[in-house]
Design a protein around this ligand. Structure first.
Ligand code: DGP
Length: 126
């Protein structure tokens, strides 16, 4: 079964400028903006501009240029937030909630980048 992209999802509206956002970084193929319900001092969502529902949809069908841009954008955001350990930052966590079991609320691929406090271990809730 393939993916059907719903262009009325909230991130599609953000990309079209119909809903405001606090942009951290914009590239040719990506937008990074602050999560409206931040769960850490730094909580940024990085999304591709293309109509991809989730990570595997993107990984399997996006162009190499889009994939490189997305990966580099995440790297640039870690630098902008000064959380990258390579330059002395305290680190961060990347999460891409996907589908029903992953509890994905917005059906447009987004990576959560959270940082700014100790984040604990993963998957405590089981
Ligand atoms: P997920 O559960 O992984 O699909 O996360 C969706 C995230 O999107 C959630 O952390 C809250 C955030 N969010 C929802 N609506 C908006 C919005 O209108 N603006 C911004 N900046 N973030 C939003």
């Amino acid at each position: 079964m393939g993916y059907l992209y719903d262009d009325q999802n909230i991130f599609a509206k953000i990309l079209r400028g119909e809903i405001p956002n606090t942009t951290v970084l914009e590239t040719e193929h990506c937008l990074a903006f602050r999560d409206i319900s931040a769960q850490a001092p730094e909580h940024v969502l990085v999304i591709p501009k293309g109509p991809y529902v989730c990570f595997d949809h993107f990984a399997n069908t996006a162009s190499a240029e889009e994939i490189v841009d997305f990966t580099r954008a995440i790297g640039q955001v870690t630098s902008a937030l000064k959380v990258d350990p390579g330059t002395g930052g305290d680190g961060y966590r990347l999460l891409a909630n996907t589908g029903k079991d992953g509890v994905q609320d917005v059906p447009h691929l987004h990576v959560h980048l959270v940082a700014g406090r100790p984040l604990g271990r993963m998957l405590r809730d089981g």
